[in-house]
Design a protein around this ligand. Structure first.
Ligand code: SAM
Length: 254
């Protein structure tokens, strides 16, 4: 299921802010090697390259269109097409960073230790993932999927959420590293209107629901979803919408 960098980057500023906040808490190490897993169009990787200009920075992603956008923006960074689950760097990296990607991958109990194994001694694994799956954005897409003529097809495609509560990551990582830091932030993004909430998730969480539908079905699904979102995210007196978005941050210090 291909990604659309244009759709994703409609909210570039808001989507990159958690990467900035995560990076701000990564200690002042002088890494020789840095990798950004699920680099997408390179927005998060650019922060890493700017912070550590002397480091070897590698952006890793599976999606060709995302990598093409990343390459066009920064031809100097090493862009690698690989599945995060099988990615093995030539040498362990000092900073292994991943913003808004690991929530797309299953079996975190196996995935996280495998990623940690790619981090050099004294290095860090720094990850941010959304934890908003009980919010109206996600609840409503699941309800509309289950209620329409597409229910059987979407039941197969609908994604189970692999992101666990914070304590799961603490218990998984604490025996393996010196120190674990965790925190959650609920952003309140100010969007021009309720349709922008729909535009936001069209770039991410709605993709698995829309991909199996034909064009007329997609239009019907979107019309129902837009109406439901407008009711769930009423505008402020100035017409804008506050879009709450909770995210989990984890830094494991090896
Ligand atoms: C939501 S974007 C995050 C982009 C960027 N890191 C940011 O901070 O905005 C998620 C990215 O993860 C990539 N991705 C998802 N599953 C992947 C996998 N198994 N291996 C590599 N990349 C993957 C997608 O192609 C997409 O570009």
């Amino acid at each position: 299921m291909a990604w659309d960098p244009g759709q994703y980057l409609k909210f570039e500023e808001e989507r990159t802010q958690p990467a900035r906040d995560l990076l701000a808490r990564v200690p002042t190490v002088r890494p020789a090697r840095v990798a950004d897993l699920g680099c997408g169009p390179g927005n998060s990787t650019a922060l890493l390259a700017a912070r550590w200009p002397a480091a070897e920075v590698e952006g890793v992603d599976l999606d060709e269109r995302m990598l093409a956008e990343a390459r066009a923006r920064d031809p100097r960074t090493r862009w690698v097409r690989a599945d995060v689950r099988n990615w093995r760097p030539a040498q362990p990296v000092d900073v292994l960073f991943s913003n808004a990607t690991l929530q797309w991958l299953p079996d975190h109990a196996a995935l996280w230790p495998a990623l940690l194994a790619q981090v050099a001694p004294e290095g860090v694994l720094a990850v941010q993932m959304p934890r908003n799956y009980a919010d109206p954005t996600h609840r409503l897409m699941a309800e509309i999927a289950a209620a329409g003529p597409w229910a059987a097809r979407l039941a197969e495609r609908a994604r189970t959420v692999p992101v666990h509560p914070p304590a799961f990551y603490y218990d998984l990582l604490a025996p393996r590293v010196r120190r674990v830091e965790l925190w959650e932030t609920q952003y309140l993004h100010v969007l021009p209107g309720p349709d922008d909430v729909v535009e936001w998730v069209k770039g991410t969480g709605l993709r698995p629901y829309l991909a199996p539908l034909d064009e007329p079905e997609r239009a019907t699904f979107l019309a129902r979803y837009r109406a439901a979102i407008a009711a769930a995210y009423p505008p402020q007196p100035d017409g804008r919408v506050l879009f709450p978005f909770r995210r989990l941050f984890v830094i494991a210090h090896k």
